[in-house]
Write a protein of this length. Structure first.
Length: 308
């Protein structure tokens, strides 16, 4: 699946040297002296460690997990990811795990706060759009991009600098989005030259090189996107009081089940409290059905303008 020829990439503010090709990421022209994260392929370690499928094993904050459709993944010290693939494993699937779960663990190990959502640069600040899978985060981000704003991250949002005297910063991820076919249809985008995501034939990878913000941005606010539980036909927005913000931040921490396993509960609470105190947090409510991204976009921009 991989050669021993390593390539260097840039994502989440990190230089990543990898034996696995990662075409989603921004290439670094030369491998320099500084490497933050090394990704290696070792076909044999999966045979030596008897892990149960999908069971996350944490030892001294190092994380190992065996995915029976892909292989064993080990994340150590915030600077090393080891992949031990099963025979015949699809490389696209392996990359999904590396750029998702593995990177999420790396960020936690490095003290970066990971949110599950999309981040967009608007008027010099980053705004995080969080929500459960299927809420419409990436579609909303795409609508904002179509209005001239830039993508910082899709799926995993890395937040740093949570010290009391510093603004929290969103660190850019890599220039790609993932959109369902129905969202492509709504935006009038043809999928002929797009690559489908492994196991999701109706979801596609969308390069956004020209609409990508590669500089860290201060986090200006968080919007939780939810589908309405009632039979409403209009979009709505609600300001979240401070006491409710901690729960929202915990729910939408990327791979939040790792927080307790890695003994990071106190760290996570302290940083969540800091974010909750510094930032406005809103809940965006949309109907269960229908394409409402344009209406949500106008509501978001109006809210941000009022804050400023």
């Amino acid at each position: 699946m991989a050669t021993k020829t390593k390539m260097a990439y840039r994502a989440f503010g990190l230089t990543i040297e990898s034996e696995l090709a990662l075409p989603e990421l921004t290439k670094v022209s030369e491998i320099g002296e500084r490497t933050d994260v090394e990704i290696i392929v070792d076909s044999f370690i999966k045979e030596t460690v008897p892990f149960e499928p999908y069971d996350f094993v944490v030892e001294e904050r190092n994380v190992s997990v065996y995915m029976p459709d892909a292989g064993l993944f080990r994340i150590e010290g915030g600077n090393k990811i080891t992949i031990s693939p099963i025979v015949g494993a699809d490389e696209d699937l392996i990359r999904l795990y590396v750029l998702g779960t593995c990177i999420g663990a790396v960020l936690l190990q490095r003290g970066l706060y990971p949110l599950h959502g999309s981040a967009i640069a608007i008027n010099g600040k980053a705004y995080a759009f969080v929500g459960h899978s299927g809420a419409g985060k990436s579609t909303l981000a795409s609508a904002l991009i179509s209005c001239g704003y830039s993508l910082l991250s899709d799926d995993v949002i890395a937040v740093s600098s949570l010290a009391s005297d510093q603004p929290p910063l969103v660190i850019p991820a890599y220039p790609q989005q993932k959109l369902w076919q129905q969202s492509l249809d709504a935006f009038g985008v043809n999928n002929d030259e797009l690559r489908a995501i492994y196991g999701r034939e109706n979801k596609y990878c969308i390069p956004v090189d020209s609409d990508f913000c590669s500089s860290p941005m201060p986090l200006g606010g968080v919007f939780e996107l939810v589908k309405s539980e009632s039979d409403v036909s209009e979009v709505g927005i609600h300001f979240i009081p401070k006491l409710e913000r901690l729960d929202i931040l915990f729910r939408h921490t990327y791979r939040q089940f790792l927080v307790q396993k890695m003994d990071l509960t106190r760290w996570h609470f302290t940083n969540s409290a800091s974010l909750a105190a510094k930032l406005p947090i809103y809940r965006l409510e949309r109907p269960q059905t229908g394409f409402t991204a344009p209406q949500l976009t106008q509501l978001i921009l109006k809210t941000i303008s009022a804050e400023e």
